[in-house]
Design a protein around this ligand. Sequence first.
Ligand code: NAD
Length: 285
Amino acid sequence: MIIDQVGVVGGGLMGTGIARVCALAGADVVVCEADSGRAEAARVRTESSLRRAVSAGKITGADCAEALSRLRYTAILEELGDRELVIEAVVEDEPVKVELFAALDKTVSAPTAVLASNTSSIAITKLAAATTQPQRVVGLHFFNPVPALRLVELVPTLHTEASTIDRIERFASEDLQKIVIRSQDRAGFVVNALLTPYLLSAVRMLEAGFASAADIDQGMVEGCAHPLGPLSLADFVGLDILLAASNSMYEEFKDAQFAPPPLLLRMVESGLLGEKTGRGFFTYS
Ligand code: NAD
C-alpha cells in the first residue's frame, strides 16, 4: 500500500465512513474521538455499517472481519503519533479545527507524515497556518456516503509539497480506489461551487412561484436524468448545511449566485432542515 498507517479524527458520519474504506483497503486505522463515550459510539457505528455491507452482499464476511481487526478507537490524540496520514473529520467549526491542527502538528511526529482535512468549506490554508509544517497539509474531501461515492477532491495549498500531493493522490486512487480530482483551495472546491448555485436557483424558482416543488424536481429528474431533483437533494443535504455552504462561498467570491434566498433563511430559522427534521421542501415520515 502507498500508506498503511492511517488516523481519522472525528468518528461521526464522515469519519466512520472514511475509517471504513481505509480499513477495507488494508490500512491499519486508529479513529480518535472527543471522549471515550463518543469513541465507543464511533466503533458501534462503523461495525454496524460493515455488518450491513455484508448483509447487502457488498463485501464478504472475511473482508468485514479483516477490516474490523484493523480498526481501533481512542479518545487520546497522542495515539495518532505514529501515523503516516491523519485525516481530520471533526465538526465544521473553524476554531475547533485550527486548535486540532496545532495539536496534530505537535503529535504526529514522522517528518513525512501528512495531515489532511475533510472540511467542506474552511480554507485548507487556514488549517495549514496553525502548523509549523504547512508543506505536509492538504485537503482530502470525501463525499457522503463515503463507501458509495467514489469521488475525492484533493486540495493542495500554496505550501503543500509536490511529493505530498502525489503521495495522497496515489493513496486515494490506488489504495482506496477513489476517483481523484484536484481543486485549488477555494470555498466549495469544484463540486460544491458548481452544485450550490444550482440548488439555490431551484429555491429561488420556487420562491418566485415559477413552478411547484414537485414540478421543479420532476423536471430535472425526467428531463435531465438526474437521480434526485434539486429540492429533494437540498432536503437530503440539509438546509442548514446548504445555507452554511452558500454563506461561505458568498463571503469568498462576493458573487450573487451564492447569496442565500430569503426562503432558505426562513426555513432554516423555522427548523425545517429537510429529511433530518421530517420536513423541508417535502415532508418525510
Ligand atoms: P458529524 O457531526 O457527524 O461528526 C463530527 C464528529 O467530530 C463528532 O462525532 C464529534 O464528536 C467529533 N469531534 C468534535 N470535536 C472533536 C475533537 N476535538 N476531536 C475528536 N473528535 C471530535 O459531522 P460529519 O458530517 O461527519 O462532518 C465532519 C466533517 O466532514 C466536516 O468538516 C464536514 O464539513 C465534512 N463533510 C461532511 C459531509 C457530509 O455530507 N456530512 C460531506 C463532506 C465533508
